[in-house]
Design a protein around this ligand. Structure first.
Ligand code: PMV
Length: 318
């Protein structure tokens, strides 16, 4: 096995979902886009006695059973199972610009960047499909049975239509798009919310199946609205998507209030992004009003930001 030349650094973006979250787990289409916030993962040899993982807040050992960095550990362990244990110990350093459990794909970005970095550290040059497969191990350890949309966004960047059956199809953008992202401050577990939606499906199968078809319809319309640059229509589709999310039980009183507050401003539409139950809300502001809207929201929600749609997904940093 080739000795790594030194430090390997990879980074990958988080994501927002414009339509179809949750329903995508049950087979519908959805639309996701990368955001201007990334997770950077660096792996280097260490003279220490054990391989370790560190972030600015936590530290754990790769082969310890505490529940810190569970996605990272499962990616590292599967890479070692597949490609062999290195003859040297290593240190994984994680620097994230994305709050954990905020609906912005921090675990997927971490899993994708870790997959590429550990493979390269072990002397393997993985295909994008292999990176996705390895990253899926990390996602499964935190989300149970994810659709795969988050890891695709972190890998590919840009904006795309996605279904479990047909994978990701990039959507061409003909007009710069900017979204306001507001983290509610409430972290939550995607796994719990997915199981809550499963219960709704079991209780009301016919209504759920109708909403499943609606999610696909909305996602296809969102893809057209994005490529046509039709912001008013895109915003109205986001509002419709929010109604379905609310019906399946993943909105909360606080999120509804936050969305109402945003909708009073100069926006075309607003909705939860990701699993809900807390997490984040996105809005499509009128382009000339985006900055002033952000300033208003920042007064109450300190980690809000405006994102464009970066075209770059996974990348090497060295
Ligand atoms: O909130 P997040 O970033 O975990 O978003 C997950 C999106 C879901 O559709 C709820 C789950 C999935 O795997 O697609």
């Amino acid at each position: 096995m080739k000795l790594p030349s030194g430090r390997v650094i990879a980074s990958a973006p988080g994501k927002i979902i414009l339509a179809g979250e949750h329903f995508v787990v049950h087979g519908s289409y959805a639309v996701a886009a990368a955001i201007d916030r990334r997770v950077r993962v660096s792996i280097s040899k260490t003279p220490g006695h054990e391989s370790e993982i560190v972030s600015n807040k936590h530290r754990s050992l790769v082969f310890s059973d505490d529940n810190r960095f569970s996605a990272v550990k499962s990616v590292l362990r599967s890479a070692i199972d597949q490609y062999g244990k290195p003859r040297w110990n290593f240190k994984v350093e994680i620097h994230s610009e994305i709050p954990p459990n905020s609906g912005l794909g921090s675990s997927a970005a971490t899993s994708v960047a870790t997959s590429a970095a550990i493979a390269s550290f072990l002397g393997k040059n993985l295909s994008t499909d292999d990176v996705l497969k390895l990253a899926a191990q990390g996602e499964r350890s935190v989300h149970g049975n994810p659709s795969g949309i988050d890891t695709e966004a972190s890998l590919l960047g840009g904006i795309f239509l996605f279904s479990k059956k047909s994978g990701a199809k990039p959507i061409p953008i003909n007009r710069a798009l900017q979204f306001l992202v507001v983290f509610s401050g409430k972290a939550r577990s995607t796994l719990d919310l997915i199981s809550k939606v499963n219960q709704t499906r079991e209780r009301f199968p016919a209504s759920f199946d109708n909403l499943l078809q609606t999610a696909s319809f909305l996602s296809l319309e969102v893809a057209d609205a994005v490529s046509d640059g039709d912001l008013p229509y895109l915003g109205s589709l986001m509002n419709l998507a929010q109604l379905s999310l609310s019906w399946i039980g993943v909105s909360t009183g606080d999120l509804d209030e936050l969305i109402e507050m945003i909708l009073v401003g100069d926006v075309f539409g607003a909705k939860i992004t990701g699993a809900g139950g807390g997490g984040s809300v996105i809005a499509l502001p009128k382009p000339e009003k985006a900055e002033s809207l952000l300033q208003q929201i920042l007064a109450r929600y300190k980690s809000s930001f405006i994102t464009s749609i970066p075209q770059e997904g996974l990348r090497w940093e060295n």
